[in-house]
Write a protein that binds this ligand. Structure first.
Ligand SMILES: *Cc1c(COP(=O)(O)O)cnc(C)c1O
Length: 328
């Protein structure tokens, strides 16, 4: 099953992504990606972005941006730098500076669309320009698609939305169908081959176990057979338009509604409005999620099998709760 899943991933991932290593969670996928990048490049500098989330084990936490999560555990892996997400000039300057001081960049670690940071979409061409910088400086591009992967954004992988192929792709969360702990890191041959000499350089006992692989294969089958990525695209557009319309008269509370596929964020002027709204939705039986540590932006990330009727129900409840907030 492990070989079968690896073959399927080589087929469905973009470009020449080819070899997989299986993990049990998102943070482990990121750890494996960081180790691969170090093995391949013999360099130790990583560039990550502000508002990013890559997990909470010590390696991935080095890439995660939230100060509150990191502070008690400093120092983390040396060599990590954070630049503002979406700022290509800062990214370029950081590459230049690192090269000048002899600390060449091993890899850039990025979520194509930031999830925990508040559903932040990349500016036009940003990911392509980061790809070009990585090529120019011979650095590796790691896409953390733990949240965006497996159809949520309207394509199987967000990389495809932006037509950018990373050198390493990290997967987890929905990879096991949302019930099995399962993750993967998929890499191009030139990168993954640094483990060929000694595959024991990075191992895990349970990663790639038969049950997890069966769940991942079944998940991919359902995603493809039921055309769930396309469904996420179409329902996502409908959902986003409906939420925006519902919020039209509430500009005093809602700052922005944005999203891609069934990955939607609602940003409020203050986090206390987000809390009140979340509580109101919860009272009506609808679960939404905060971002980072507050509710200034809340996330709507339903299963890709959600029905149009259920989407309507969320939209009308959102409108109702927004109206009720006026009378408090
Ligand atoms: C959730 C998440 C992780 C961490 O995954 P865990 O399975 O909780 O360790 C890493 N990266 C991104 C983008 C995530 O959304």
């Amino acid at each position: 099953l492990r070989a079968m899943l690896a073959k399927i991933l080589a087929d469905i991932t973009p470009g020449d992504l080819k070899y997989s290593f299986f993990t049990n969670s998102g943070t482990e996928s990121v750890e494996a990606a960081l180790k691969l990048a170090k093995m391949y490049s013999d360099r130790t500098t990583f560039i990550s972005t502000t508002r990013s989330f890559h997990g909470k084990s010590l390696g991935s936490l080095s890439g995660t941006a939230k100060g509150m999560f990191r502070k008690p555990f400093l120092p983390l892996i040396p060599g990590f730098r954070h630049v503002p997400f979406g700022d290509i000039d800062m990214m370029r300057k950081t590459f230049e500076t690192c090269a000048l001081v002899g600390e060449d960049v091993a890899a850039v670690l990025l979520e194509p669309i930031q999830g925990e940071g508040g559903i932040i979409l990349p500016p036009e061409n940003y990911l392509k320009e980061v790809r070009a910088l990585c090529d120019e400086y011979d650095a590796i591009l790691i896409f953390d698609e733990v949240q965006t992967g497996m159809g949520r954004t309207g394509e199987m992988f967000a990389s495809e939305l932006y037509d950018v192929v990373p050198d390493i792709l990290c997967l987890a969360k929905a990879f096991g169908g949302g019930v099995m702990p399962a993750g993967a890191v998929v890499a191009k041959e030139k990168v993954f081959s640094s483990f060929f000499d000694n595959p024991f350089m990075h191992t895990t006992t349970f990663g790639g176990n038969p049950l997890a692989c069966a769940a991942a294969i079944a998940t991919i089958n359902v995603l493809i057979e039921e055309q769930l990525p396309n469904r996420a695209k179409e329902l996502g557009e409908y959902f986003l338009a409906g939420l925006k319309k519902a919020a039209e008269k509430h500009g005093d509370k809602v700052l922005e509604i944005r999203g891609q596929g069934l990955m939607i964020g609602i940003e409020f002027h203050q986090d206390k409005i987000g809390y009140a709204l979340s509580k109101g939705m919860f009272d009506e039986g609808i679960l939404v999620a905060g971002t980072l540590v507050n509710s200034k932006t809340i996330r709507i990330e339903p299963p890709l099998t959600i029905s149009a009727e259920e989407v309507d129900q969320v939209i009308s409840t959102f409108e109702k709760v927004l109206n009720e907030l006026n009378h408090q």
